[in-house]
Design a protein around this ligand. Sequence first.
Ligand SMILES: Nc1ncnc2c1ncn2[C@@H]1O[C@H](COP(=O)(O)OP(=O)(O)OP(=O)(O)O)[C@@H](O)[C@H]1O
Length: 294
Amino acid sequence: MFAFIINKTSGNGKGHRVWKRVEKILEQEDLPFVARFTEGPQHAQEIVKDLSRKNLKTIIVVGGDGTIHEVANELAYKNISLGIIPAGSGNDFARCIGVPMNPLKALERIIANEKKQVDLLHLGHQYCLTVTGIGLDGQIAKNVNDGAYKKFFNQLRLGGLSYVVSLLETLRDYKPTNVQITIDGVDMTFSNVWLVAVANAPNYGGGITICPDASYNDGFLNLCIVHGIKKWELLRLFPKAYRGKHTTEKNVTFLQGKEVQVSSGNSIMVHSDGEQMTVSPIHIRIKKDALQVV
Ligand SMILES: Nc1ncnc2c1ncn2[C@@H]1O[C@H](COP(=O)(O)OP(=O)(O)OP(=O)(O)O)[C@@H](O)[C@H]1O
């Protein structure tokens, strides 16, 4: 039996359209399934709790990174695999682990049932699959989620552009700040920090390759710290980051470790998998093989 959790509103209605295609195939192939639909934030978590009692082997999300984030938080360290049929606007996690963007190909992959273990970032009270961003990108995530333009760009099937618009909007007023980082017990201070990205996987924000060397199964977290540059230099860097070509820039520092603490004088915004979450200080640990994915 396949259990599906569907966010019909993902990708501004793409969740619904994708589900209709998947449902048709399941019916044609006579595959038994149960389908549950999310009704709002955190509902996916409730559905997982309920489905977990039914002795299922796999729970499949039809949705985007926000829905996957909620479901993965419930499935961590459980003997239930996560399947993904991408239907969001960013789909960064699916992209990172090689899930096909075509829903029917993604379904085929789930049916093939080739399990792999995936690391997760642990942020104390919750897990993150892709990137936790502290500073400018935390503020950008908040503005994307608050802003009406996400819906607009999703309608045009250009969801990734929401982040570009939010970057420009956020940059108008954002001030860089000094940040203290302790990584695997080593203290460092960085001045005029725009952002600290803590990555389990290379991509976020709809395809920005912030930490090209990050890998979801190497047992390490990767940091990208952008500091000590002017606003216009940051704007010059931004398009390069889509291709992961910002790695040789002078004021972009990359670190790797297993545990990191990030703090600053003033509290700065933190997002996790693109959802605005909390404010600094934040303590993050890598949890090796915490999630099973098909
Ligand atoms: N029925 C619903 N109506 C409104 N919001 C919902 C509903 N069900 C779930 N949600 C919320 O929608 C949020 C966003 O969903 P999701 O991440 O799947 O799509 P997306 O934002 O379009 O994609 P991405 O995160 O890949 O950009 C989720 O965090 C969830 O809390």
